[in-house]
Design a protein around this ligand. Structure first.
Ligand code: AHR
Length: 526
């Protein structure tokens, strides 16, 4: 490839050799559904009459077909349920047996909240029509691995073990038999039912659950409640449970973090250039939290211990205002939130060694990447990014260098989301197991200007692209554009193919844009 004159706005990506194969687990593209707001109630499960077509087959007969199809297109690898906070209040036997006989209960985690806000007397109830059988059937139809969170907060170890038994013996005849179980959720938080002040106390309770559950299914994999950024909790906990845990759960949401503002405000996140950069650079906060958690795990297991615990980043998203949990269209998720999701996925891909599961919070309506309306569904930019990554993510991490010296310094939001100086171009690459396919995920974070990216054919691993390159783009003129019921296709994915020779001049990436490139390498990359 001939050298281009150096331009301050053209950056080169060089592919490095793979010294150690690092599989990228597709489970980082996982999802989460909770009995919260309209995620399951009249989202996943239509209690109310609807004119929309429903899936015909039992036990999924109250699932909207348009919603199912949209979820299915994502190729969901793993689905977490029933919470979240709800799981520490949920007694699974409420959700089995003939639906008309299942009890109606107040939603003990989230009930009463909507009524306070609306000034009504009655809180949302939990009618329990979407229970274990329905969840497993949904997973099976989606080809997703079920990930069930048991009730640590208000349940017992025996109840959890009986649930494992129920799934294993009663229903688990499919290849997707439930194997992955979380024990508790954010149990360190005073707002969680069954709140544990001390990691020692949680560790004791965890072990009771773990031993009873493993007695039923010795092949079960278990997830314990980690606390992002709280090494003391993580280390004390892991030290006690280290031989009985497979994953440490970590949660992190981005918002502007003054607790009072978060709880009370109904305003959207600021649509300003400085906040835009703060949001995008907050991906660095995720990176740091993962590094801290890796250090916590290593401090207990040592370096490169093959039996060590891995990370399940099983809740993450932008959570603009506390009230936005009740439906993600107030305010809408914007293009910037989709670009942010791509940057966080890039962080997970770079940490493929330790992050083996991640669950976006959440799939439908409650902070949802899909919003349901009576007559249609709307796909948010986060959905679009998941579609892009799902279609293009390959099996192994491919290390690259990006010679991008142009950086942007963002304002401080909080301790976790500090002021950061980050390159304007963010990129990661993956390759197929036989090295014949390569994908590159690129973000131009610039608020208003395009930037150019070249793929080096020399200087690292030599590239010899055969055929055309698939070029998938998510962009808009406005970084704060969003899809809505009135304008559902303001942001979409645009897929074209490009001649690899045209890449020699560099690929121009518009401002605030995510791009995926997918191509075939002659003879495989070595
Ligand atoms: O995703 C919404 C809630 O956020 C979950 O229930 C809880 O785990 C977290 O605080």
């Amino acid at each position: 490839m001939s050298e281009l004159p150096a331009s301050p706005h053209t950056f080169t990506i060089t592919f490095r050799s793979i010294v150690k194969v690092m599989p990228v687990n597709r489970n980082i593209l996982g999802h989460f559904i909770e009995h919260l707001g309209m995620c399951i109630e009249n989202g996943i499960w239509m209690y109310e009459p609807t004119t929309k077509e429903l899936l015909a087959e039992p036990p999924l007969e109250r699932v909207r077909r348009d919603l199912f199809d949209a979820i299915n297109k994502l190729g969901v690898p793993i689905l977490r349920w029933p919470g979240g906070t709800f799981s520490d209040t949920y007694h699974w036997k409420d959700g089995v047996g003939p639906r008309e006989r299942r009890p109606v209960r107040k939603n003990a985690a989230w009930g009463g909240i909507v009524n306070k806000m609306l000034g009504l007397k009655l809180g949302p109830v939990e009618r329990n029509h979407f229970g274990t059988m329905e969840f497993l059937a949904l997973c099976e139809k989606l080809g997703a691995e079920p990930y069930i969170n048991v009730n640590y907060g208000t349940g017992t170890a025996e109840e959890s073990a009986a649930w494992v038994e129920h799934v294993k013996v009663g229903i688990g005849k499919t290849p997707h038999t439930g194997k992955l179980w979380g024990i508790g959720n954010e149990i360190y938080s005073f707002s969680e039912k069954g709140y544990e002040r001390s990691p020692v106390s949680y560790a004791r309770g965890y072990l009771l659950h773990a031993k009873c559950m493993k007695a039923v299914d010795p092949t079960a994999k278990l997830v314990a409640v980690g606390w992002s950024g709280h090494s003391k909790w993580n280390r004390i906990l892991l030290d006690i449970i280290k031989d009985h845990v497979d994953y440490l759960s970590i949660h992190l949401y981005f918002n502007d973090m003054s607790l009072l503002k978060f709880l009370l405000s109904t305003k959207p996140l600021p649509s300003t250039e400085s906040f835009y950069y703060a949001e995008l650079n907050s991906a660095k906060g995720f990176d740091r939290i993962i590094e801290n958690t890796e250090a916590d795990i290593e401090s207990v297991y040592g370096k490169d211990n093959p039996g060590k615990c891995l990370i399940a980043f099983d809740e993450w998203n932008v959570w603009p205002r506390w009230g936005s949990i009740f439906k993600a269209d107030a305010p809408h998720y914007r293009l910037v939130d989709g670009i942010w999701a791509a940057l966080v996925l890039n962080v997970f891909i770079r940490h493929a060694r330790s992050v083996k599961i991640a669950n976006f919070a959440q799939l439908v309506n409650a902070l949802g990447m899909i919003i349901t309306y009576d007559d249609r569904i709307v796909l948010t930019p986060q959905y679009i990014v998941f579609k892009m990554y799902g279609d293009n993510l390959l099996e192994h991490f491919l290390p690259i260098d990006v010679d991008c010296k142009e950086t942007i310094t963002s304002i401080r939001i909080s301790k976790v989301f500090a002021s950061e100086t980050m390159p304007i171009i963010d990129a990661v690459a993956t390759t197929s197991a036989d090295r014949s396919m390569i994908s590159v995920f690129l973000v131009n974070k610039h608020f208003s200007e395009p930037r150019t990216v070249r793929l080096a054919r020399d200087g690292g691993l030599p590239l010899d692209i055969i055929g055309n390159v698939s070029h998938v783009v998510m962009t808009s003129n406005d970084p704060f554009a969003f899809n809505s019921n009135d304008n559902p296709e303001s942001i979409t994915l645009v897929t074209t193919t490009i001649d690899p020779r045209s890449l020699d001049a560099g690929l121009v990436i518009p401002p605030h844009t995510v791009v995926a490139l997918l191509f075939k390498q002659n003879g495989g990359l070595r």
